[in-house]
Design a protein around this ligand. Structure first.
Ligand code: ATP
Length: 363
C-alpha cells in the first residue's frame, strides 16, 4: 500500500443504544485509497461503525474527522460518503439507467453531464447493455453492480459497503470479490467493507480491522492478522488453529521452554510471555510422518489417526494424541501424496518448522 494520507479518523468513538455500549473507545485511521475491511462476528458493531461514518447515527462520545475536519455534526446528505446496503435498495420501478442517474438528478445537475457520468459508471460495472432493464430483470450480481454504480457517480471520497456480497451464491460471490477489488483499484476510491466472512476479508482487503464485542482486536494486512495474530480471538476467528494453553518454564537468550501436558517444547521467542502462555499452530503448518525417525524437529506430537477428510486440494487429518488431544493437520493433495494411504488408528507424528508456531500471552 503506497498511499499514506489519512482520509478519515475515528477518535475515541463510543456508541450506546439504550445504555448498552455497543462500541467501546474505537480508534481507527482510514487511509486514502485503501480497501479496508471490518471483520467480526455478528453483533460486534461493524454496521454501527459504518452508520456512524455515513452519518445515519451519531456517536455517544468521540470525534469523527474527514480530511482533518470534524464531521460529527455534518448530516448524512452533506457527507462525502456513499453507502451500498446489503439489500441494494434499488428503485424497482426505475430502469438501471434511472437508478444510477437518480442522485445526480436530485442535485439538479443538467442532463448532458448526467448522461456522461452514468455512461462511464455503466461501462465501469459492465452493465451498459442492460441500462434499460428494471432491477427485477437482473441477477443478484448485476443488481449489486447497479447499487455500486449508483454510489460511484456521486464521486464519494469513501464508499461504505455493508455485507454487500452476502445475498449472492457462493460462485457469484467469489467472482464479485475479484471484480469489486479491481473496481476499487480503477476508481481509486477508499472502500470500507463490512463482512463476517474471514476468507472474503483476506482475499479483498489491503488492511483488516478485526472486531469483537464492540472493540478492535487487531488492525493489519491480511498476512499480518493471519500469521501474527495478536491474541487468541484473532487466531481462532481467522483460519483454523490448534491451540495449546501451556506453562512457561524458561525464557532466556531469545528462547522459550514451554510445557504442554507431558511435553516440553523449546522454541525461538523474542517477546515477553506470561507464565500461562498459548502456542498456536495452523493445520497447514504441521508436517505428518509415519515414522519417528523421519521427524525433523525435537518438537513434535505423537498420536493416532482418528479421521481423514478428502477435500480436493487438501486432505484434512484429525489426529488424537496419546493424552487425548484432538489435533488438526492439513496436507496438500497431489498424486503421490502419502496421506490417502493412511489408515484410521495408525500412529502418526506431527512436527513443524520452528518459528511457524505463534506464541501468545494468555490474557
Ligand atoms: P451483523 O454482522 O449481524 O450485521 P454487526 O457487527 O454489524 O452485526 P451491529 O449491527 O453494528 O453489529 O450491532 C451491534 C450491536 O448493537 C448489536 O448488539 C445490535 O443488537 C445493537 N444495535 C444496533 N443497532 C441498534 C439500534 N438501533 N437500537 C438498539 N440496538 C442496536
Amino acid at each position: 500500500l503506497l498511499v499514506s494520507k489519512i482520509l478519515l479518523s475515528l477518535n475515541n468513538i463510543s456508541k450506546n443504544f439504550d445504555k448498552i455500549e455497543v462500541l467501546k473507545n474505537i480508534n481507527l485511521d482510514i487511509y486514502d485509497g485503501e480497501f479496508l475491511t471490518l471483520l467480526g462476528p455478528s453483533g460486534c458493531g461493524k454496521t454501527t461503525i459504518l452508520r456512524l461514518i455515513g452519518g445515519f447515527e451519531s456517536p455517544t462520545s468521540g470525534e469523527i474527522f474527514m480530511n482533518g475536519k470534524n464531521i460529527n455534526n455534518v448530516s448524512a446528505e452533506h457527507r462525502e460518503t456513499n453507502t451500498v446496503f446489503q439489500s441494494y435498495a434499488l428503485f424497482p420501478h426505475m430502469s438501471v439507467y434511472d437508478n444510477i442517474a437518480f442522485g445526480l438528478k436530485m442535485k439538479k445537475i443538467p442532463k448532458e453531464p448526467i448522461a456522461i457520468e452514468v455512461k462511464k459508471a455503466l461501462e465501469m460495472v459492465k452493465l451498459f447493455e442492460h441500462k434499460e432493464k428494471k432491477p427485477n430483470e437482473l441477477s443478484g450480481g448485476q443488481q449489486q453492480r447497479v447499487a455500486i454504480a449508483r454510489a460511484i457517480v456521486n464521486k464519494p471520497l469513501i464508499l461504505l459497503l455493508d455485507e454487500s456480497l452476502s445475498a449472492l451464491d457462493y460462485k457469484l460471490r467469489k467472482e464479485m470479490q475479484i471484480e469489486l477489488k479491481i473496481l476499487q483499484r480503477q476508481l481509486g476510491i477508499t472502500f470500507l467493507f463490512v463482512t463476517h466472512d474471514q476468507e472474503e476479508a483476506l482475499s479483498m482487503s489491503d488492511r483488516i480491522v478485526v472486531m469483537n464485542k464492540g472493540k478492535i482486536e487487531q488492525i493489519g494486512t491480511p498476512k499480518e492478522v493471519y500469521e501474527e495474530p495478536k491474541n487468541l480471538f484473532v487466531a481462532k476467528f481467522i483460519g483454523e488453529a490448534n491451540t495449546f494453553v501451556s506453562t512457561l518454564l524458561e525464557l532466556k537468550d531469545s528462547r522459550a521452554k514451554i510445557q504442554y501436558k507431558e511435553s516440553v517444547f523449546d522454541l525461538k521467542c523474542t517477546k515477553e510471555l506470561t507464565k500461562e502462555c498459548i502456542m498456536i499452530i495452523r493445520p497447514e503448518d504441521f508436517r505428518v510422518e509415519r515414522n519417528l525417525e523421519d521427524v525433523k524437529s525435537k518438537n513434535y506430537f505423537a498420536g493416532k489417526l482418528k479421521d481423514l477428510i478428502y477435500k480436493g486440494t487438501t486432505i484434512d487429518l484429525l489426529i488424537e494424541t496419546d493424552d487425548g488431544e484432538m489435533l488438526r493437520a492439513s496436507e496438500f493433495y497431489n498424486e503421490d501424496s502419502d496421506a490417502l494411504g493412511y489408515m484410521i488408528g495408525q500412529p502418526l507424528y506431527l512436527y513443524w518448522v520452528e518459528g511457524w508456531e505463534t506464541l501468545l500471552c494468555n490474557e
